[in-house]
Design a protein around this ligand. Sequence first.
Ligand SMILES: *Cc1c(COP(=O)(O)O)cnc(C)c1O
Length: 351
Amino acid sequence: MEVLQDEYLGMGSKVQEFENKLEDFFSREAVCVVNGTAALHLALEACQFKPDSEVLVPSLTYVASFQSITAAGLKPISCDIETENFLLDIKDAEKRITSKTVAIMPVHYSGGVGNLDELYEFANSNNLRVIEDAAHAFGTEYKNKKIGSFGDIVCFSFDGIKNITSGEGGCIVSSDNKILDYVRDARLLGVVKDTDKRFSKSRSWEFDVNFQGWRYHMSNLMAAIGIEQLNKADSFFRKRRKIAQTYDSIFSDHERIIPLKRDYKNVVPHIYVVRIKDLDDRNTIKSKLSEKGIEVGFHYQPNHFLSLYKDDTIALPITENVYKELLTLPMHVDLSDNDISHIASSLKKLL
Ligand SMILES: *Cc1c(COP(=O)(O)O)cnc(C)c1O
């Protein structure tokens, strides 16, 4: 209401306030953009890699990871995942390094992050930049440090279903000021230092532009929602952990339903994914559950199967084995214990 009454809806002081609050949260600077895909796209552009350079990325991710790479004029190289946590398999990635490889984009699937020390060692020894797709990992910690509070470049999404939302939205966190300054200009069509002007309710009328930019800034309307969501983040994190643990305990003795293993001390679960052994027709399960008012999802179709990214020379045995058996059950902070037992018992009965 404050933003509406102020009648300054676009990028201004609320975005600055949200960025300041995010800076407190991460203990380092964050730059807000219009969505998580834009965050990844601008992070990659800010690195100024040569065109057609290669970026290692797990195939089992939202198409946004892949699209952000091609949007930046780069080539996504599909990698396989580890069986237990569905995170990028570093050994597989290592086999795919060429003289053109410049970066690695780990995807923190479902809020888990795996062994980040190992990942950064691998990146450092191969001279790769790391762009973390942390869209699922807002709130997750690694060795008592928040995801985003360390690491090369870390990108978040505040889309409507993410751990916190600003309607749509996203941010880039880094300690590299060259990257952050690039993104501050690039989100406003490359207009030099326009961010500073907008934060003081002004704008640039005479300006310079020296690289390709985009209309990727966040608005005050979005930031106002983001600020209120961030204030409630701790209670959201607790609720998500509780829901996932409730599901886990219901499924613990089931011989076909295998929940994703995670350490709830550190992980804030983003989606609740189960692997169902020998599942051969998940569409039937999906439509039968839908009749009971239960919406399930598939995270994800492997990207190396999509026409744009198809490469018949690539074999990713674990991804190709696992994806057909994955089912994502409802998980959001308004879910009640009754909802959870209705969902779990309906799934068990169907199987
Ligand atoms: C949501 C998501 C994104 C993109 O974020 P948007 O805000 O939807 O653009 C990128 N990667 C993953 C893994 C996501 O889940």
